[in-house]
Design a protein around this ligand. Structure first.
Ligand SMILES: NC(=O)c1ccc[n+]([C@@H]2O[C@H](COP(=O)([O-])OP(=O)(O)OC[C@H]3O[C@@H](n4cnc5c(N)ncnc54)[C@H](OP(=O)(O)O)[C@@H]3O)[C@@H](O)[C@H]2O)c1
Length: 248
C-alpha cells in the first residue's frame, strides 16, 4: 500500500485490504491468457467501490475489463486503481454511469433514493448488476419496501429504466476474494433478472470473475438468495446450489 493510504480511515483500510487480497492471488495461466485477450471486454462502472465493489471490480480488471471505480471522493480510490493498473480508473458516480456498458451497484441499499434522484434519467437502458442487500439498522425504511415488494423489483423501481440483474450479493466480499477460480469446482453465484440479454451479460461477468452463474429466476425470485432467504450464503458448486434450489 502506498503513502496515500495513510489518509484512509480504518474502515476504508479494511476493505481496501480485502480488494488487494484479490490482486495477491495469481489467476491460473489459462484464465490469465483468456482475460487479457478478452474480445468481449465490457466497460464497467462500479458504484460503491468498497468491500464488495473493490473486490469484484478487481477481479474484472484481472480478467481484462476496463473498470471505472466511483466514489463521492474519487481521490480516496487512488491506491486501489494504482495497484490494479491501467485498466482501472477512479471517478465520480456520474462518470461511472457515463463510461459504462454495465454498472455494478455496491452501495448501502439506503443510497438508492439519492442515486435515483441525482441520476434520474441516466439509468435508462443500462445493465445494472445489483449486489446490494437491505438491512433495517443500516438502510432504514427502504428495507421495509424491499421486504414488501421484493429487493430486485425495488431496485428496478428506483433506477428507472435500468435492466437490473441481482448478482454477487449472496456471500461475503472476503469469500469472493478467496473463492474465485476455485480449483476442483467453481463456486456458484446465483443471479436473477427479467431481461434475457442482461442476464447473459451478467452470467459472462460471473464467469470472468471466476465463478459459475446459476440463474435462479426472474427479478422477483431474487429474495430467495438475499439475507433471510433460503439460498443466502449457500456456498457450493453449481450442482450443489441447484440441489438446494430444488429443496434437496
Ligand atoms: N461486504 C460484503 O461482504 C457484502 C456482500 C454482499 C453484499 N453486500 C452489499 O453490498 C453493498 C456494499 O457493501 P460493502 O460492504 O461493500 O460496503 P462498503 O465497504 O461500506 O462500501 C460501500 C460504498 O458505497 C459508497 N456509498 C455510500 N453511500 C453512497 C451514496 N449515497 N452514493 C454513492 N456511493 C455511496 C461508499 O463510497 P464513498 O464513501 O467513497 O462514496 C462506500 O465505499 C451493501 O448493500 C451490502 O449489503 C456486501
Amino acid at each position: 500500500m502506498n503513502a496515500n493510504a495513510s489518509r484512509f480511515d480504518p474502515r476504508r483500510r479494511r476493505w481496501l485490504g480485502a480488494a488487494l487480497l484479490v490482486l495477491a492471488v495469481p489467476l491460473p495461466r489459462a484464465v490469465r491468457a483468456q482475460g487479457r485477450q478478452a474480445a468481449a471486454a465490457q466497460r464497467i462502472g462500479v458504484i460503491g467501490s468498497g468491500r464488495i465493489g473493490g473486490t469484484i471490480g478487481g477481479l474484472w480488471v484481472k480478467a481484462g475489463h476496463p473498470v471505472l471505480f466511483s466514489s463521492r471522493h474519487p481521490e480516496a480510490l487512488k491506491p486501489l486503481v494504482e495497484e490494479l493498473g491501467p485498466l482501472a480508473r477512479a471517478g465520480t458516480v456520474a462518470e461511472a454511469i457515463a463510461f459504462s456498458d454495465v454498472l455494478f451497484l455496491a452501495t448501502p441499499y439506503g443510497a438508492l433514493p439519492q442515486l435515483s434522484r441525482d441520476h434520474a434519467d441516466a439509468w435508462k437502458g443500462k445493465i445494472v448488476l445489483d449486489a446490494t442487500n437491505a438491512y433495517e439498522h443500516r438502510d432504514g425504511p427502504i428495507t421495509e419496501e424491499a421486504k414488501r415488494d421484493g429487493i430486485g423489483l425495488t431496485t428496478a423501481r428506483y433506477l428507472r429504466g435500468a435492466r437490473v440483474v441481482r448478482a454477487f450479493n449472496f456471500m461475503g466480499a472476503a469469500q469472493f476474494a478467496s473463492e474465485h477460480h476455485r480449483p476442483g469446482g467453481l463456486v456458484a453465484v446465483p443471479i436473477a433478472g427479467d431481461d434475457k440479454a442482461a442476464l447473459d451479460v451478467a452470467a459472462q461477468l460471473v464467469r470472468d470473475a471466476g465463478f459459475e452463474p446459476v440463474v435462479v429466476g426472474p427479478l422477483s425470485s431474487a429474495d430467495r438468495f438475499a439475507p433471510g432467504g433460503p439460498l443466502f450464503r449457500q456456498v457450493g458448486t453449481a450442482e450443489e446450489f441447484r440441489r438446494k434450489m430444488g429443496g434437496r
